[in-house]
Design a protein around this ligand. Structure first.
Ligand SMILES: O=C1O[C@H](COP(=O)(O)O)[C@@H](O)[C@H](O)[C@H]1O
Length: 764
């Protein structure tokens, strides 16, 4: 078995297998192992391999002699299984090392109950001083929160050291050789950084479909199936800093963790999605009870950025898909090339290597190469090959071309000597306790952080034909953005003879009643959901604005209703690119920030402190200067207006969130106040008096509010029902300042909960 063969060969194994199936079905599966030649005869053809095949058969027989199958359906079954295991250990010599591996190749939804039962009924193993290991197969959660809660439950039963989360890619020979290769080749390692690297492609292309696992796949899609785990692990291995000693497992994990920390969360504009054209009908055929989710891509490409001095701005392009033209997985590191060829550029025999794309390719499997290999362009230094790899110039080792039609002649190859199957290596590593080849809880959560937003964000999905014959999935990378080369129309036309499934657009419609309010869009829902809808709209608009102009400017009112929206943004939208968000205030009471009436205090307590917003992007109203409150002489309102003019492009806020007072006021513009008619040139921000003498305030005025791109008015509670009614029958801005909200080139959306809109009767 793999690299630990000698150690493991000396161990004595017993195998207890268990599943929900009955005894007979279990025995049938075991017999199939003996009679299935696949794993033994794969390499037949040469005498040496025939010998291996015979050996393999012998191993299978030995395995079958030692294996016991028992159905595992209820607590009694667990008691029975555990007592058999404990008996076996009690019979072993006291001097022998005792170890048990519980290998869970089961649905993750069953982990908790199975592990609980094993922990409870096999507890005597701990008294017998048996070392326990638990191997788990992915998917480890459907999103970050799910992964966290799953891990917490498991860690209540078994310790971090006892858990081995398997990512089988980490068992593939080329993947295992990435760090040793980098370590052995300091001259190449030296140039793996932003100054020398143009881009890194990490690809896992497949030709298979999802027939045999459509049920699971329909809840995953390619992002959860491949990107969050396999591709992110590969990215970590090529981009992490090397520890001084590769044998130091904890240092390896630590450096990997640091790298994952530095990856920026992936968003929709960094990504492209596709779904093969038969996917929906396949789901319908095989899963009569479910329909294909609109949000399940079978192809995805994302550009991932690492925010570190070493890798800043280098695009890491992660791609995977089903039913593509070839099966191939590789990491291709492409070096910058500033060489310009003028003459004899087509001359293949030219010795000038500079004109070829300089690259380092970790060819993990399949494709045209006959064997998994590591290939370095000849224009790089000739590399040292890691253990289990040999330098080879034998052209038979290559297929037609290396990658993208590159000529094999231009590479130094390190070719694998023994292509150890990934699972063989994984099991050896569990038995050898090599923790750094597994996904620790920290690494799991960090890698989820990268993908958490994208997996559940609504996606625009392009339908593609099997093997993508017209290259409709080909794309270009523009900074942090990916764009299909063919337009959506082209892509649809090429599918026009097929039955095309329609897919949701990025901006889905609001969940709303058919009504509008005062001629503006109206969104109604229960209060919690309404807060979610407003927060989601803010998130969506922020993403678009940041994409278009690099920043998003939002102003929030004070008051208690918005607390729910702040909490929603903090809890569910913390992943928004807060670095590019500027937060302004619509109005503020003339009190110090420590005063509990301060709007800023609420905004900070409920939102700002929970998100990654730079201090310089927070624009609190200057109501307290030099110990004086809203002193006109100190010009706080003017200063705020100036900041807005200088910082907000065109003084146009992207989003303003207003409230509505039961008296019809909004911002701090109260009924009958002259402030509703201020001169737009002088008073875009002003100080004003509230309803009682003591409540002096600072507020944005209508000319500024009406420059905004979007205004959302958030109204909740039964006590607002009357004012909502009154607004429908009045046009007077003096009586109801809210009626002065009419953005010149922007939109207004009313967000009203059922209590405010109907007085408590649900609207269907
Ligand atoms: O884990 C998974 O990986 C396989 C691809 O692995 P390979 O070793 O055959 O390259 C993929 O087909 C499957 O969807 C995914 O769950």
């Amino acid at each position: 078995m793999g690299e630990n063969v000698p150690a493991i060969a000396n161990l004595t194994f017993d195998f207890f297998t268990a599943a929900r199936q009955g005894q007979e079905e279990g025995n049938i599966v075991l017999n199939r192992i003996l009679n299935n030649n696949l794993t033994c005869d794969e390499e037949s053809g040469e005498d040496k391999d025939k010998l291996l095949a015979a050996l393999c058969k012998q191993h299978k027989l030995e395995f079958l002699r030692k294996v016991i199958y028992a159905p595992l359906r209820n607590e009694e079954n667990f008691i029975g299984l555990c007592s058999q295991i404990i008996n076996k250990f009690s019979l072993t010599d006291p001097g022998t090392k005792k170890e048990i591996l519980f290998y869970m190749a089961i649905a993750p939804s069953a982990y908790e109950s199975v592990l609980q039962n094993l922990n409870k009924h096999c507890h005597a193993l701990r008294e017998e001083k048996v070392a326990i290991k638990v191997a788990l197969e992915k998917p480890f959660g459907l999103d970050k929160a799910d992964a966290e809660s799953m891990s917490k439950k498991i860690l209540n039963l078994y310790s971090e050291e006892e858990i081995y989360r398997v990512d089988h890619f980490l068992g593939k020979p080329v993947v295992k050789a990435i760090l040793p290769f980098r370590f052995l080749n300091p001259e190449i390692e030296k140039v793996l950084d932003k100054d020398h690297i143009e881009k890194v492609e990490i690809f896992l292309k497949e030709t298979i479909s999802v027939e045999d696992r459509v049920h699971l796949y329909n809840s995953l899609g390619v992002l959860r199936d491949i990107h969050q785990n396999h591709l992110t692990q590969l990215l970590a291995l090529v981009a992490m800093d090397l520890p001084p000693d590769l044998r130091d497992s904890s240092k390896v994990q630590e450096n990997k963790e640091r790298l994952l920390h530095q990856i920026e969360m992936v968003r929709r504009h960094n990504s492209l999605f596709g779904q093969f054209s038969e996917y929906a009908s396949l789901v319908q055929k095989l899963e009569s009870n479910s329909t294909a989710s609109d949000n399940v891509p079978t192809f995805a490409a994302s550009v991932v950025k690492i925010n570190s001095p070493r890798w800043r701005n280098v695009p890491f392009i992660l791609v995977s898909g089903k039913l593509l033209d070839t099966r191939e997985s590789f990491i291709r590191i492409v070096f910058k090339n500033n060489y310009v060829c003028i003459s004899h550029c087509e001359n293949e025999e030219s010795s000038d290597e500079r004109k070829y794309t300089k690259q380092l390719v970790f060819h993990i499997g399949h494709g045209h190469l006959r064997r998994p290999s590591i290939l370095a362009s000849k224009s790089l230094q000739e590399p040292e090959c890691p253990n289990n790899f040999l330098k080879s110039t034998d052209p038979r080792l290559f297929g037609r071309s290396v990658i993208y039609g590159e000529n094999p002649k231009h590479f130094y190859p390190c070719t694998v000597v023994r292509d150890v199957p990934a699972y063989e290596s994984i099991i050896s590593n569990i038995l050898g306790g090599k923790q750094d080849n597994f996904v620790s809880t920290k690494l799991l959560i960090l890698s989820w952080k990268v993908w958490d937003y994208l997996v559940s964000a609504p996606k625009k999905i392009r339908i593609y034909e099997k093997a993508d014959p017209n290259g409709q999935l080909n794309f270009v990378v523009k900074e942090s953005q990916l764009e299909y080369i063919h337009t959506d129309e082209d892509a649809e036309e090429s599918l026009s003879n097929k039955s095309v499934v329609t897919h949701s657009e990025v901006m889905q419609d609001y969940i709303q009643t058919p009504a509008s309010f005062l001629g503006r869009k109206l969104v109604t829902s229960h209060t919690d959901h309404l807060a979610f809808l407003l927060a989601r709209d803010i998130d969506r608009m922020a993403e678009i604005e940041i994409l278009n102009k690099g920043s998003f400017h939002i102003a929030f009112s004070g008051g208690t209703s918005l607390v729910q929206v702040f909490r929603m943004l903090a809890q569910s939208f913390a992943n928004l690119h807060w670095h590019s968000v500027h937060v302004w205030q619509v109005d503020e009471r003339c009190v110090p920030h420590q005063d509990e009436r301060s709007n800023f205090q609420t905004l900070d307590r409920e939102l700002l402190r929970f998100v990654d917003i730079p201090y310089s992007n927070i624009h609190a109203m200057p109501v307290y200067i030099g110990g004086r409150l809203c002193d006109e002489e100190l010009g706080g309102a003017h200063a705020y207006a100036d900041s807005l003019r200088h910082i907000v492009p065109n003084s146009q806020l992207d989003f303003i969130v207003l409230g509505l007072g039961a008296d019809g006021h909004t911002a701090s513009l109260f009924p009958s106040s002259s402030d509703v008619h201020v001169d737009s040139n002088t008073f875009v921000v002003t100080t004003t008096d509230g309803p009682s003498d003591t409540s002096h305030r600072m507020t944005l005025t209508l000319p500024l509010i009406n420059r905004a791109k979007r205004v959302g008015i958030f109204v909740t509670g039964k006590h607002k029902r009357d004012i909502v009614n009154q607004l429908e029958s009045s046009k007077s801005v003096d009586t109801y300042p809210i009626l002065g909200v009419n953005p010149i080139n922007g939109t207004v959306i009313w967000y009203m909960d059922y209590n405010a809109y109907t007085g408590g009767v649900n609207v269907l």
